[in-house]
Design a protein around this ligand. Structure first.
Ligand code: NAD
Length: 445
């Protein structure tokens, strides 16, 4: 099959690469010329385990191409994936400007029957808007070409995106026409061999499924963070509570880790957008609003703990931050908890040393220049602790899991650890001579 993927970011590039790996002929389109030029030179715009080799091999084989010209890609193509960003607008709703612009462009280039697939996360009703845009563009050309709009939300996780795409739990397809549904089944057949992973439903149901999935996961995290705050005040160790409830098969262990808040490009914006959808529909989404509010407060927890420990004026103090990405396995800094912590520490007069195994380059692009003046981007995790007042773990990369505490003690000015992801055993840390501050398990010094 010939596919065109429009938007070559985390979702578009992984989608394009994985379809080409399964034998489809894929052209990835992006308006970012630098991104496309780099991809043609074999330089990937993102860090994603396993992606580079798939992209390079299929590019060399000619099954994966890159261009900035949609019209060129569209020749003989009958499936178009829209995989551009849907960032939050001023009012919290998903900003559909990029999706609708791409829809218009598709309408102006298709030559024959086409299936237009909404891969981006878009609110209920967006497929109708995409259909309108395509129809208007066709009308403007005086062309009468049949097309269908399909919703096929993406569930990949950054950090495990290739594996998730190649071995999905399920493939949701919202299609209102048999013709489009059949084509989608054929397209995804290589990913659905061992059992039928395809779930067909109507377009609106598919659009809603994506928001419900992300909101459910965000709710689990915020719920556990709420419990962790209570535990802290009651002298309870939330880690025991987590294991205690996780062992209940109705609850399960996943997504109930307390921490310093969720970030990334999806959960924050998707919860916000669903809140807005609810309000627009005349419904008060009180639970979703609370999920968002808890998360915003949770991102401040580490900064508050540092200030409680060292006082409100941090002038003359330096803190070593381990981890910048919003989660391990990615260089994505969007809405990362580290951003909130860094801002709080700098506002209180501190300096910070930071280290992340892969997100340093991204951090230099995204953290504002006036903040970077007071930030030292360290060579490695230990250099980041040189003469610091405390080590603050924000992203639970494996490399931070079992650090050399002796080395840390020798480097640091004060032996204090703030563990934003409850990665360490408080007793072990205390035995190593450190003061320990976790989430929901304040055991004192
Ligand atoms: P991204 O920001 O990484 O990539 C979007 C790309 O689209 C950019 O490269 C941008 O230059 C390009 N673009 C914008 N307008 C364009 C146009 N008119 N023509 C061609 N290219 C254009 O975004 P992402 O993280 O890949 O997310 C894309 C969508 O997928 C979003 O709706 C997101 O919510 C959803 N999603 C993301 C993830 C994730 O983990 N990142 C997972 C599931 C779903």
């Amino acid at each position: 099959m010939k596919l065109t993927i429009i938007g070559t970011g985390y979702v578009g590039l992984v989608t394009g690469a994985c379809f080409s790996e399964m034998g489809s002929h894929v052209t990835c389109v992006d308006i970012d010329r630098e991104k496309i030029d780099n991809l043609k030179k074999g330089i990937l715009p993102i860090y994603e385990p396993g992606l580079e080799s798939i992209v390079l091999n299929n590019y060399q084989d000619g099954t994966l191409r890159f261009t900035t010209h949609l019209a060129q890609a569209a020749k003989d193509c009958n499936v178009f994936f829209i995989a551009v960003g849907t960032p939050p607008g001023q009012d919290g709703s998903a900003d559909l400007r990029y999706v609708l612009e791409v829809a218009r462009q598709i309408g102006s280039v298709i030559e024959d029957y086409a299936v237009i697939v909404d891969k981006s996360t878009v609110p209920v009703g967006t497929a109708d808007k995409v259909r309108d845009q395509v129809s208007q563009a066709l009308e403007a050309r005086g062309a009468a070409i049949e097309f269908d709009v399909v919703s096929n939300p993406e569930f990949l996780k950054e950090g495990a995106a290739v594996n998730d795409f190649l071995k999905p739990d399920r493939i949701i397809v919202g299609a209102d026409s048999d013709r489009a549904a059949k084509l989608m089944r054929r397209l995804y057949a290589p990913f659905s061999r061992n059992r039928d992973k395809m779930m067909f439903m109507n377009v609106k149901d598919a659009e809603m499924t994506k928001y419900a999935a992300n909101s459910m996961l965000a709710t689990k995290i915020s719920f556990m963070n709420e419990i962790s705050n209570l535990c802290e005040r009651l002298g309870v160790d939330v880690e025991n509570v987590r294991k205690g409830i996780g062992s209940d098969s109705r609850i399960g262990y996943s997504f109930i880790y307390p921490g310093c808040g969720y970030g990334g490009s999806c959960f924050p914006k998707d919860v916000k957008a669903l809140v807005k959808t609810g309000r627009d529909a005349g419904f008060a989404p009180t639970l979703l609003e609370a999920v968002e509010e808890r998360n915003n407060l949770q991102k401040q927890v580490l900064g508050d703990k540092v200030i409680n420990r060292f006082g409100p004026d941090l002038t003359g103090r330096t803190f070593g931050i381990w981890g910048l990405a919003f989660k391990p396995g990615t260089d994505d800094m969007r809405e990362a908890s580290s951003r909130v912590l860094i801002r709080a520490l700098l506002d209180a007069g501190a300096r910070v040393n930071v280290y992340d195994p892969v997100a340093m380059g991204q951090a230099k692009k995204e953290i504002p220049a006036h903040e970077q003046e007071k930030i030292c981007f360290a060579q490695d995790q230990y250099t980041a602790l040189d003469r610091t007042d405390a080590c603050i773990l924000v992203t639970e990369w494996k490399t931070f899991r079992q650090p050399d505490f002796k080395k840390m003690a020798a480097l640091m000015k004060a032996r204090v650890i703030f563990d934003g992801r409850n990665q360490y055993d408080p007793e072990e840390i205390k035995e190593a001579g450190f003061e320990y501050h976790g989430i929901g398990r304040e055991l004192g010094s």
